[in-house]
Design a protein around this ligand. Structure first.
Ligand SMILES: [Zn+2]
Length: 393
């Protein structure tokens, strides 16, 4: 560390070369600084030339791909038909709410983000790794999360959101709050969680009439939100993602079975590639990577998700983005009620039911991020996830 005197001699006082500075020089410097900040503010909403200016994510809790296709959801149907969609995206294991939403916002498997439980445990704190929220917030974007379950508090580290709200337990309430917020503030990143399909599934059963009604309620809420985005003139530069955290069967979920693990993954809005059947493997981790890539923001180091560039209308520079594997299964039609939807697990010989959901919704066991049906050894799972699985053989 040089002495203070030598530091001064390097930097030098203003006007040291004998130049007399005009009286407005400090003002000019200040104005210049503010101009630069203002310019950055204009550019901040998205990196210049990024595939999207805004990203909105709607998570339909517990919505199986075949449930979504069977329900009366005209708004979402129009979105998946006009945009890009996959019916074979998958949850990471355990196929339960909190670990998968944590993967959606971090791009990490549960062993990486650390949220392996599935209920609200205040003493366990919040995510300590970078999230789509923290990265976007650091870039100066307006970032909001509207959710329908208290446990989402675990996903919200301090100062990572402009707005976090749990305005109710239904799509109607949560959608109304998120839409009102959008109309007023036009956030560049908005995550909206609708618990309805999961609630109906646990109470009435997956694929029940009640669950179909719950999905119709979600559809109405999506309709109001997309109308707000369109009327703000933002739709053409928006990536509007609709996905889920897991599926379900009977009155539960959590296993490696296709019915529990397969989820819809839909990209709509002007930033999405039109009329595209995404025949690549997609997991909940990839949602985080896609969001950041679309906004032109950096992926945190160690991110295990990969951007689904195939879903973007103008992906831009995809140099360095790894190629995706083909989807492991392409069910030709939705499965029967309570059925197995093509059951890749069965075909690949994977023994399901490796994970059990406890009475409090928490669980232990197989926590692999592997796709349904991907045969893997106990050692491989332990290596991938840091957990010792209990696989019934
Ligand atoms: Zn869930």
């Amino acid at each position: 560390m040089p002495p203070p005197s030598s530091r001064r001699s390097v930097v030098g006082p203003p006007g040291k070369d004998g130049v007399v500075l005009p009286w407005f020089a400090p003002l000019r410097r200040t104005v210049g600084r503010w101009f630069l900040l203002a310019l950055l503010g204009v550019l901040a909403p998205a990196a210049f030339g990024a595939p999207a200016e805004r990203v909105v994510i709607v998570s339909l809790d517990g919505a199986r791909p075949d449930a979504l296709q069977r329900a009366r959801v005209p708004v979402m149907r129009q979105l998946w038909e006009s945009g890009a969609h996959s019916w074979t995206a998958h949850a990471v294991l355990p196929s339960v709410t909190l670990p998968n939403h944590a993967s959606m916002v971090t791009g990490l498997l549960p062993a990486g983000h650390g949220i392996t439980w599935n209920d609200y445990k205040p003493r366990r704190g919040t995510l300590s790794v970078p999230t789509i929220f923290s990265v976007a917030r650091e870039a100066g974007l307006r970032v909001a999360l509207f959710a329908g379950k208290t446990k989402f508090r675990h996903l919200v580290a301090k100062d990572t959101l402009t707005r976090f709200s749990i305005p109710g337990v239904s799509a109607r309430e949560i959608g109304a709050a998120a839409t009102a917020y959008y109309r007023r503030y036009r956030p560049q990143l908005l995550f909206v969680h609708f618990p309805d399909p999961d609630s109906a599934g646990h109470f009435w059963g997956w694929m029940s009439a009640a669950q179909m009604r719950a999905l119709a309620d979600c559809d109405a809420a999506v309709g109001r939100l997309t109308a707000a985005i369109r009327s703000a003139g933002d739709w053409e530069r928006t990536l509007f993602l609709i996905t889920s955290d897991h599926g379900g069967h009977g009155r539960g979920h959590g296993s490696a079975r296709a019915v529990d693990q397969l989820i819809p993954w839909i990209a709509a809005g002007g930033a999405a590639r039109p009329h595209t059947d995404l025949r690549v493997e997609i997991s909940t981790c990839d949602t985080a990577a896609t969001v950041l890539f679309a906004l032109g923001l950096p992926l945190p180091s160690g991110c295990q998700g990969r951007p689904v560039v195939e879903a973007l209308a103008s992906p831009g520079d995809v140099h360095g983005v790894p190629k995706r594997s083909p989807a492991l299964s392409q069910p030709e039609s939705p499965g029967p009620i309570g059925g197995t939807m093509g059951s890749p697990s069965t075909r690949a010989g994977v023994v399901p039911k490796a994970f059990g959901t406890g009475p409090d919704g928490s669980g232990t066991g197989d926590c692999s991020g592997a796709a349904p049906g991907a045969a893997r050894s106990k050692e491989r799972v332990a290596q991938e996830t840091g957990f010792v699985p209990r696989i019934n053989r």
